[in-house]
Design a protein around this ligand. Structure first.
Ligand SMILES: [Zn+2]
Ligand SMILES: [Zn+2]
Length: 286
Protein backbone atom coordinates (compact mmCIF):
# COMPACT_ATOMS: atom_id res chain seq x y z
CA UNK A 1 0.00 0.00 0.00
CA UNK A 2 1.22 3.50 -0.84
CA UNK A 3 0.94 5.84 2.15
CA UNK A 4 0.02 9.52 2.22
CA UNK A 5 -2.20 12.31 3.48
CA UNK A 6 -4.90 14.74 2.50
CA UNK A 7 -2.91 17.89 1.70
CA UNK A 8 -4.02 21.48 1.34
CA UNK A 9 -3.78 23.30 -1.99
CA UNK A 10 -4.23 26.67 -0.30
CA UNK A 11 -0.70 27.74 -1.28
CA UNK A 12 -1.08 26.37 -4.80
CA UNK A 13 -1.41 23.01 -6.52
CA UNK A 14 2.26 22.73 -7.45
CA UNK A 15 3.32 23.75 -3.93
CA UNK A 16 1.12 21.03 -2.41
CA UNK A 17 3.36 18.39 -3.98
CA UNK A 18 6.49 19.86 -2.41
CA UNK A 19 4.72 19.82 0.95
CA UNK A 20 3.54 16.24 0.46
CA UNK A 21 7.08 15.09 -0.37
CA UNK A 22 8.48 16.92 2.64
CA UNK A 23 6.22 14.96 5.01
CA UNK A 24 6.95 11.62 3.35
CA UNK A 25 3.81 11.10 1.24
CA UNK A 26 3.76 8.47 -1.49
CA UNK A 27 0.10 9.25 -2.25
CA UNK A 28 -2.08 12.33 -1.77
CA UNK A 29 -5.67 13.46 -1.64
CA UNK A 30 -6.64 17.05 -2.49
CA UNK A 31 -9.77 19.11 -2.97
CA UNK A 32 -10.18 20.02 -6.65
CA UNK A 33 -12.26 23.01 -5.56
CA UNK A 34 -13.52 24.54 -2.34
CA UNK A 35 -15.35 21.74 -0.47
CA UNK A 36 -17.82 24.05 1.29
CA UNK A 37 -19.41 25.83 -1.67
CA UNK A 38 -21.11 24.96 -4.92
CA UNK A 39 -19.40 27.50 -7.10
CA UNK A 40 -15.74 27.88 -7.84
CA UNK A 41 -13.86 29.38 -10.75
CA UNK A 42 -12.72 26.98 -13.44
CA UNK A 43 -9.56 25.03 -12.79
CA UNK A 44 -6.88 26.93 -14.72
CA UNK A 45 -5.50 24.58 -17.45
CA UNK A 46 -2.03 26.14 -17.10
CA UNK A 47 -2.01 25.50 -13.36
CA UNK A 48 -3.30 21.97 -13.92
CA UNK A 49 -0.56 21.29 -16.50
CA UNK A 50 2.10 22.53 -14.08
CA UNK A 51 0.62 20.28 -11.38
CA UNK A 52 0.71 17.23 -13.65
CA UNK A 53 4.28 17.96 -14.67
CA UNK A 54 5.46 18.46 -11.08
CA UNK A 55 3.64 15.26 -10.14
CA UNK A 56 5.48 13.25 -12.79
CA UNK A 57 8.81 14.47 -11.42
CA UNK A 58 7.80 13.67 -7.84
CA UNK A 59 7.83 10.61 -5.62
CA UNK A 60 4.01 10.68 -5.39
CA UNK A 61 2.54 7.58 -7.02
CA UNK A 62 -1.20 8.14 -6.53
CA UNK A 63 -3.49 11.16 -6.43
CA UNK A 64 -7.17 11.33 -5.63
CA UNK A 65 -9.51 14.26 -5.23
CA UNK A 66 -12.30 14.48 -2.64
CA UNK A 67 -15.59 16.07 -3.67
CA UNK A 68 -17.41 18.93 -1.97
CA UNK A 69 -19.45 18.04 1.12
CA UNK A 70 -22.62 19.68 -0.27
CA UNK A 71 -23.17 16.95 -2.84
CA UNK A 72 -26.23 14.87 -1.93
CA UNK A 73 -27.10 12.33 -4.59
CA UNK A 74 -29.75 10.85 -2.31
CA UNK A 75 -31.75 14.05 -1.92
CA UNK A 76 -35.47 13.76 -2.61
CA UNK A 77 -35.49 17.43 -3.59
CA UNK A 78 -35.16 17.34 -7.39
CA UNK A 79 -33.36 20.69 -7.62
CA UNK A 80 -30.75 19.70 -5.02
CA UNK A 81 -30.36 16.26 -6.59
CA UNK A 82 -29.71 17.71 -10.05
CA UNK A 83 -27.33 20.29 -8.62
CA UNK A 84 -25.52 17.41 -6.89
CA UNK A 85 -24.95 15.21 -9.93
CA UNK A 86 -23.90 18.21 -12.00
CA UNK A 87 -21.44 19.18 -9.26
CA UNK A 88 -20.15 15.59 -9.23
CA UNK A 89 -19.62 15.70 -13.01
CA UNK A 90 -17.75 18.99 -12.56
CA UNK A 91 -15.57 17.37 -9.87
CA UNK A 92 -14.73 14.48 -12.22
CA UNK A 93 -13.76 16.91 -14.97
CA UNK A 94 -11.51 18.88 -12.64
CA UNK A 95 -9.90 15.67 -11.40
CA UNK A 96 -9.19 14.58 -14.98
CA UNK A 97 -7.59 17.95 -15.75
CA UNK A 98 -5.35 17.55 -12.69
CA UNK A 99 -4.38 14.04 -13.75
CA UNK A 100 -5.87 12.45 -10.64
CA UNK A 101 -6.25 8.67 -10.48
CA UNK A 102 -9.64 8.78 -8.78
CA UNK A 103 -12.28 10.95 -7.12
CA UNK A 104 -13.73 10.10 -3.70
CA UNK A 105 -17.29 11.11 -2.88
CA UNK A 106 -19.86 10.68 -0.13
CA UNK A 107 -23.15 9.52 -1.60
CA UNK A 108 -25.58 11.59 0.48
CA UNK A 109 -28.66 10.98 2.58
CA UNK A 110 -31.50 8.49 2.42
CA UNK A 111 -34.46 9.86 4.31
CA UNK A 112 -36.76 7.01 3.27
CA UNK A 113 -34.67 4.47 5.19
CA UNK A 114 -35.34 2.05 2.34
CA UNK A 115 -31.99 0.84 0.94
CA UNK A 116 -33.38 -0.07 -2.49
CA UNK A 117 -35.06 3.29 -2.95
CA UNK A 118 -32.07 5.28 -1.66
CA UNK A 119 -29.63 3.31 -3.79
CA UNK A 120 -31.79 3.85 -6.90
CA UNK A 121 -31.77 7.60 -6.45
CA UNK A 122 -28.00 7.69 -5.88
CA UNK A 123 -27.26 5.31 -8.77
CA UNK A 124 -29.30 7.56 -11.09
CA UNK A 125 -27.22 10.54 -10.01
CA UNK A 126 -23.92 8.66 -10.37
CA UNK A 127 -24.98 7.47 -13.82
CA UNK A 128 -25.73 11.01 -15.00
CA UNK A 129 -22.46 12.36 -13.60
CA UNK A 130 -20.40 9.59 -15.27
CA UNK A 131 -22.26 10.07 -18.55
CA UNK A 132 -21.57 13.79 -18.65
CA UNK A 133 -17.92 13.56 -17.56
CA UNK A 134 -16.21 11.31 -20.11
CA UNK A 135 -13.35 10.14 -17.91
CA UNK A 136 -12.41 9.53 -14.32
CA UNK A 137 -12.82 6.84 -11.71
CA UNK A 138 -15.31 7.50 -8.93
CA UNK A 139 -14.94 5.96 -5.47
CA UNK A 140 -17.94 5.82 -3.14
CA UNK A 141 -16.98 6.29 0.52
CA UNK A 142 -18.55 4.43 3.45
CA UNK A 143 -20.02 6.60 6.22
CA UNK A 144 -20.17 6.35 9.99
CA UNK A 145 -23.92 5.84 10.06
CA UNK A 146 -24.91 9.06 11.81
CA UNK A 147 -28.39 10.43 11.04
CA UNK A 148 -29.80 9.57 7.64
CA UNK A 149 -26.52 9.26 5.71
CA UNK A 150 -26.45 6.54 3.09
CA UNK A 151 -23.49 4.21 2.60
CA UNK A 152 -22.85 2.91 6.10
CA UNK A 153 -22.12 -0.61 5.04
CA UNK A 154 -20.97 -2.75 2.12
CA UNK A 155 -24.58 -3.70 1.33
CA UNK A 156 -25.58 -0.10 0.66
CA UNK A 157 -22.54 0.72 -1.50
CA UNK A 158 -22.96 -2.58 -3.30
CA UNK A 159 -26.62 -1.82 -4.00
CA UNK A 160 -25.59 1.36 -5.86
CA UNK A 161 -22.87 -0.40 -7.84
CA UNK A 162 -25.24 -3.24 -8.69
CA UNK A 163 -27.73 -0.82 -10.27
CA UNK A 164 -25.20 0.43 -12.82
CA UNK A 165 -24.27 -1.41 -16.01
CA UNK A 166 -20.91 -3.16 -16.22
CA UNK A 167 -19.59 -0.42 -18.54
CA UNK A 168 -20.14 2.19 -15.85
CA UNK A 169 -18.97 -0.10 -13.06
CA UNK A 170 -15.49 -0.07 -14.61
CA UNK A 171 -15.29 3.55 -13.55
CA UNK A 172 -16.48 2.86 -10.02
CA UNK A 173 -14.83 1.71 -6.84
CA UNK A 174 -14.86 2.11 -3.10
CA UNK A 175 -13.05 4.29 -0.58
CA UNK A 176 -12.95 2.61 2.82
CA UNK A 177 -12.72 5.03 5.75
CA UNK A 178 -11.51 2.99 8.74
CA UNK A 179 -12.86 5.47 11.31
CA UNK A 180 -16.30 5.40 9.68
CA UNK A 181 -16.41 1.60 9.41
CA UNK A 182 -15.28 1.23 13.03
CA UNK A 183 -17.88 3.76 14.18
CA UNK A 184 -20.53 1.90 12.20
CA UNK A 185 -19.79 -1.28 14.14
CA UNK A 186 -17.02 -3.15 12.32
CA UNK A 187 -14.33 -3.51 14.97
CA UNK A 188 -11.13 -2.70 13.06
CA UNK A 189 -8.84 -3.05 16.06
CA UNK A 190 -8.44 -6.72 15.08
CA UNK A 191 -7.42 -8.67 11.98
CA UNK A 192 -10.77 -10.47 12.11
CA UNK A 193 -12.58 -7.13 11.88
CA UNK A 194 -10.61 -6.10 8.79
CA UNK A 195 -11.17 -9.49 7.21
CA UNK A 196 -14.92 -9.39 7.89
CA UNK A 197 -15.36 -5.85 6.58
CA UNK A 198 -13.23 -6.16 3.45
CA UNK A 199 -14.69 -9.62 2.76
CA UNK A 200 -18.21 -8.24 2.89
CA UNK A 201 -17.18 -5.31 0.67
CA UNK A 202 -15.79 -7.76 -1.85
CA UNK A 203 -18.99 -9.82 -1.81
CA UNK A 204 -21.21 -6.76 -2.21
CA UNK A 205 -19.12 -4.58 -4.52
CA UNK A 206 -16.87 -7.02 -6.37
CA UNK A 207 -13.17 -7.83 -6.22
CA UNK A 208 -10.44 -5.19 -6.34
CA UNK A 209 -12.86 -2.32 -5.84
CA UNK A 210 -11.14 -0.80 -2.79
CA UNK A 211 -8.74 1.76 -4.24
CA UNK A 212 -8.34 4.07 -1.23
CA UNK A 213 -8.37 3.57 2.53
CA UNK A 214 -8.84 6.67 4.61
CA UNK A 215 -6.58 5.35 7.35
CA UNK A 216 -8.04 7.35 10.22
CA UNK A 217 -8.08 6.12 13.79
CA UNK A 218 -11.27 6.69 15.79
CA UNK A 219 -11.70 8.76 18.95
CA UNK A 220 -14.85 6.82 19.84
CA UNK A 221 -15.40 3.09 20.19
CA UNK A 222 -16.58 0.54 17.64
CA UNK A 223 -20.31 0.88 16.99
CA UNK A 224 -20.69 4.29 18.63
CA UNK A 225 -21.65 5.84 15.29
CA UNK A 226 -19.60 8.95 15.95
CA UNK A 227 -17.23 10.20 13.27
CA UNK A 228 -14.25 11.74 15.04
CA UNK A 229 -10.83 11.04 13.55
CA UNK A 230 -7.87 10.34 15.80
CA UNK A 231 -4.17 10.06 14.98
CA UNK A 232 -2.96 6.62 13.92
CA UNK A 233 -2.45 4.47 17.02
CA UNK A 234 -4.02 6.97 19.45
CA UNK A 235 -7.64 5.88 19.00
CA UNK A 236 -9.77 2.80 19.51
CA UNK A 237 -8.51 1.11 16.30
CA UNK A 238 -4.96 1.44 17.57
CA UNK A 239 -1.57 0.41 16.20
CA UNK A 240 -2.51 -3.24 16.13
CA UNK A 241 -5.57 -2.44 14.06
CA UNK A 242 -3.49 -0.61 11.47
CA UNK A 243 -0.89 -3.36 11.50
CA UNK A 244 -3.75 -5.73 10.60
CA UNK A 245 -4.76 -3.39 7.77
CA UNK A 246 -1.33 -3.86 6.12
CA UNK A 247 -1.65 -7.62 6.49
CA UNK A 248 -5.06 -7.67 4.78
CA UNK A 249 -4.48 -8.99 1.23
CA UNK A 250 -7.67 -7.40 -0.14
CA UNK A 251 -6.14 -3.98 0.48
CA UNK A 252 -2.78 -4.60 -1.17
CA UNK A 253 -3.64 -2.43 -4.18
CA UNK A 254 -5.17 0.46 -2.23
CA UNK A 255 -3.55 3.73 -1.13
CA UNK A 256 -3.69 4.55 2.60
CA UNK A 257 -4.42 8.24 3.16
CA UNK A 258 -4.74 10.01 6.52
CA UNK A 259 -7.18 12.88 7.11
CA UNK A 260 -6.20 14.36 10.46
CA UNK A 261 -6.80 17.49 12.41
CA UNK A 262 -3.82 19.17 14.05
CA UNK A 263 -0.89 21.38 13.13
CA UNK A 264 0.95 21.02 9.85
CA UNK A 265 3.43 19.62 9.15
CA UNK A 266 3.60 17.62 12.41
CA UNK A 267 0.25 15.86 12.01
CA UNK A 268 1.14 14.59 8.55
CA UNK A 269 4.79 13.74 9.29
CA UNK A 270 3.73 11.82 12.39
CA UNK A 271 0.82 9.88 10.94
CA UNK A 272 2.59 9.04 7.68
CA UNK A 273 5.67 7.82 9.54
CA UNK A 274 3.57 5.77 11.99
CA UNK A 275 1.88 4.02 9.08
CA UNK A 276 5.23 3.43 7.36
CA UNK A 277 6.61 1.80 10.50
CA UNK A 278 3.63 -0.53 10.72
CA UNK A 279 3.93 -1.40 7.02
CA UNK A 280 7.65 -2.15 7.43
CA UNK A 281 6.97 -4.36 10.47
CA UNK A 282 4.30 -6.22 8.49
CA UNK A 283 6.70 -6.74 5.55
CA UNK A 284 9.43 -7.96 7.92
CA UNK A 285 7.06 -10.58 9.33
CA UNK A 286 6.36 -11.66 5.76
ZN1 LIG B 1 -14.77 11.65 2.89
ZN1 LIG C 1 -14.73 11.07 8.89
Amino acid sequence: MLIGAHVSVRDGYVQSIGYAESVGCEAIQIFAKSPQQWHAKQTDPTVAAAFRERLRASSIGFVCTHTAYLINLGSEDDALWERSWRALADELSRAALLGADATVTHTGTNRSGDVERGARRIADGVHRALASAPEGVLLLENTAGAGTTFGTGPEELGAVLGMLDADWRQRLGVCLDSCHAHAAGWDLSTADGWSAFTGQLERCCGRDRIRVVHANDSKFGAGERRDRHEWVGDGSIGSEGFAAMFAEARLAGAAAIVEMSGEVPVKDETNVSRLKELRAACAARG
